[in-house]
Design a binder for this molecule. Structure first.
Ligand code: ATP
Length: 324
């Protein structure tokens, strides 16, 4: 292997730049050429490449987003599109590809690799922490800190006005952000897709909370939760059943995907970049780099794509006890 391509694909997350920097510098360390591919698979198809040396990634470790830009490519989902991508990769002399992205991007990488016998390595970049094979994805820790900071601010206004706030957080089909940030921010109740509380029990819980002397409440709702049809449906339900409550909704939205990465995410990105390049040099292909029990670990990319992540049952219990 002499020349490695690196791209960011799908939704962006904080820490992607730190991962790009790590891949580029690890290539430089091992005297390999590193080629940055802009706009994910679409850039691969269009040949939107730029050679990156160790100095071209100065001062990006602290930046959110991705300097390589990200995109979704319909064309890459077709065989014709992927054939053009392969031609481009060969024309540029690429010998392997590091893809920083989520499960969709990994599925694309896997198919591309199988069709063309082309070495690929995945780095999980998503705030949702919904990828099997790593206890933490890149950007997850930063998103947790962003959410906790936002809820702290909402708490100030909730307690000044004796209000109940539903705060919707991201996380796609899983409740990792909601559960962890909910515990970290001291939420009254946490609604996640992995656990069905039910609307009636929510009302009971809120009643108990008021009866115990609490005058304001924060309920964290994962975007994938099905307790209500959506977070506004929950608001109307509570207003109907507990008319004495003043209820507000705050949907945190895309702010959760931005911002300067936390120290954890920067360190994780640096470690993952080294592991990705060195694994390719070791002849490994079709793996995703992850962290398990504080150690770097490789998971076959098909398992990473298909596998499910489990919610932390111990933390779920902690959250129950904390709302006493
Ligand atoms: P996010 O976590 O934001 O969803 P992701 O990597 O899962 O990130 P997707 O939009 O699902 O984001 O996938 C990114 C790109 O990967 C797609 O635009 C497409 O080009 C490619 N891709 C996804 N699924 C496939 C597939 N089945 N075959 C080929 N390419 C795919």
């Amino acid at each position: 292997i002499e020349r490695i391509g690196v791209m960011t694909s799908g939704g962006d997350s904080p820490g992607m730049n730190a991962a790009i920097r790590s891949v580029v510098r690890t290539c430089a360390y091992h005297k390999l050429e590193c080629v940055g591919i802009y706009r994910g698979y679409q850039g691969l198809i269009e040949g939107d490449f730029k050679t990156l040396d160790a100095r071209s990634v100065n001062n990006i470790i602290n930046k959110g987003g991705t300097i390589l830009k990200s995109a979704r490519s319909k064309e890459f989902r077709t065989r014709e599109g992927r054939d053009i991508a392969f031609k481009m990769a060969k024309e540029k002399g690429l010998d392997a590809l590091v893809v920083i992205g989520g499960d969709g991007s990994f599925t694309g990488a896997m198919i591309f690799s199988q069709e063309n016998d082309f070495p690929v390595m995945g780095i999980p970049g998503t705030i949702d922490n919904d990828i099997y094979g790593t206890s933490s994805t890149l950007g997850y820790d930063t998103a947790l800190n962003t959410v906790v900071e936002a809820i702290d601010k909402i708490r100030d206004t909730a307690s000044s006005h004796n209000r109940l706030f539903f705060v919707e957080v991201m996380g796609r089909d899983v409740g990792h952000i909601a559960l962890n940030a909910g515990v970290g921010a001291g939420a009254e109740e946490i609604l996640i897709p992995e656990e069905d509380l039910g609307k009636e029990r929510l009302i009971e819980s809120l009643k108990r909370s008021r009866a115990s002397g609490k005058s304001s409440s924060i309920v964290v709702v994962a975007e994938g939760d099905k307790t209500g049809e959506n977070v506004f449906d929950l608001k109307y339900y509570v207003e109907e059943n507990l008319p004495e409550y003043e209820v507000r909704v705050s949907v945190l939205g895309h702010m959760q995907r931005g911002g300067s990465p936390s120290c954890w995410d920067r360190v994780l990105a640096s470690r993952m970049g080294v592991k990705a390049v060195e694994s390719l040099l070791d002849g490994k292909t079709n793996y995703m780099v992850g962290i398990k029990d504080s150690m770097m670990a490789l998971t076959p990319i098909d398992q990473a794509v298909k596998g499910k992540t489990d919610i932390d049952l111990e933390l779920l219990r902690v959250s129950d006890i904390m709302t006493t």
